[in-house]
Design a protein around this ligand. Structure first.
Ligand SMILES: [Zn+2]
Length: 394
């Protein structure tokens, strides 16, 4: 069946229309569309239609999702968490292939049609996590778009052999070069970022840097990232993930940094954690900086929190940013839809003729109600067909 006609749905809470899907793409939106021959018909009963949801920052390869409860007794430092993870993934028998599929399935059942996931690369596991995600990416072609980031979670310059593995990861097909805390972990901000951007230039791939560093140290790293992005003409292809520093610095300094990021074309990925200062969504958007959302790790040795529901993440972004008005909460949804597509470089996304047919149908009057209430996903469409009903894959 190549055609699907969705009757009586309200895109983003607008007036009721029919939606015609042909050959995996949106072909028409409008009231009373004629039924093409042999089309499947689905009655939307006036429900709210959302674009396919996007997870812009997660770690599919190391989630403990669906495994027994992991009792977290880890120390408080970032380096404690890195060391603990290296130990626990052996002790727990973590299988990145099984875990990434399990989580990606549940993401899809809840309407997430695109995922940007990091894959750990280090001298102990080599490229096994990366290859597990590359397989998953291949298996999901046409249904769920998965970007894989080669990520030196345990450090790169301080662990000899890791840069060679990162180089091989890019040669093997990783979509994005990952980096992390160039000063706090790597102790060599220039060396780390030069190495990451050199890989990006050599393989023609984008960059996504985890930046947990606080205050002025993080601001300095952002300056270095922006300089390299501009120098290499990589605007629109570089993301600073977390960038908590933007929430730490004084407002004047923040405005200067945002103007710099906008000029350079560096986007921000935020998880909007309750426990940290965060980049303010409204200020980023007003300054012309793309900001989008993600869970980060979900139920792993780093955090017991998170779920594969991007409406929940949108709600957390709204809460953290003190969004109350409906038009503000719509910005939170945009963080897990349109802005995420822009920031991650996912093409042909959105509720528009010609875009890939990906959509989520929920019982809600408005976008804000859907974000606040996270209703069951009545229907999920991906690759032009119905892939889930009532939160379960078909
Ligand atoms: Zn992360």
């Amino acid at each position: 069946m190549n055609s699907l006609l969705l009757r009586n749905v309200r895109p983003l809470g607008g007036a009721p229309v029919d939606v015609l899907i042909e050959h995996g793409h949106f072909a028409a939106f409008g009231p009373g569309l004629p039924v093409p021959p042999a089309a499947a018909i689905e009655d939307g009963q006036g429900a709210l239609l959302l674009p396919g949801l996007i997870e812009g920052h997660t770690h599919l390869d190391k989630s403990l999702w669906g495994m027994g409860w992991y009792v977290n007794e880890c120390g408080p430092l970032l380096t404690d968490r890195i060391d603990n993870e290296r130990h626990q993934r052996r002790a727990l028998g973590l299988d990145p292939r099984r875990q990434s599929r399990r989580l990606a399935d549940d993401f899809l059942a809840l309407g997430t049609t695109r995922i940007r996931s990091f894959a750990d690369v280090d001298t102990e596991i080599g490229l096994s996590h990366l290859h597990a995600l590359l397989e998953l990416r291949q298996d999901r072609v046409g249904v769920q778009d998965i970007q894989v980031i080669a990520f030196p979670q345990s450090g790169m310059l301080g662990r000899p052999g890791t840069l060679d593995l990162m180089t091989q990861a890019m040669a093997d097909g990783a979509d994005v070069v990952g980096g992390l805390d160039p000063s706090g972990i790597e102790r060599d901000p220039k060396g780390h970022l030069d190495a990451i951007f050199a890989l990006a230039e050599r393989f023609g791939r984008p960059v996504d840097v985890h930046l947990h560093e606080r205050g002025e140290l993080g601001a300095f790293a952002l300056e270095l990232v922006a300089e390299r992005t501009q120098g290499l003409g990589m605007g629109g292809r570089v993301v600073a993930s977390h960038a908590f520093c933007l929430g730490d610095v004084a407002l004047g300094r923040q405005a200067g940094l945002l103007a710099m990021l906008a000029r350079a074309g560096v986007a921000i990925a935020t998880t909007a954690p309750a426990s940290r200062n965060v980049p303010p969504v409204a200020a980023c958007r007003a300054a012309g900086v793309t900001i989008f959302g993600g869970n980060d790790g979900i139920r792993d040795t780093w955090t017991p929190y998170g779920s594969p529901d991007m409406l929940t993440r949108a709600m957390l972004i709204g809460l953290k940013n003190e969004f109350r008005r409906d038009d503000q909460i719509a910005m939170a949804l945009d963080c897990v839809t349109g802005a995420a597509a822009l920031g991650c470089g996912f093409a042909n996304h959105g509720l528009a003729v010609g875009a890939r047919a990906e959509a989520v149908l929920v019982d809600a009057q408005t976008v804000a109600q859907a974000v606040v209430g996270q209703p069951p996903r009545r229907l999920v469409i991906a690759g032009g067909r119905i892939v889930a009903r009532d939160n379960a894959l078909c």
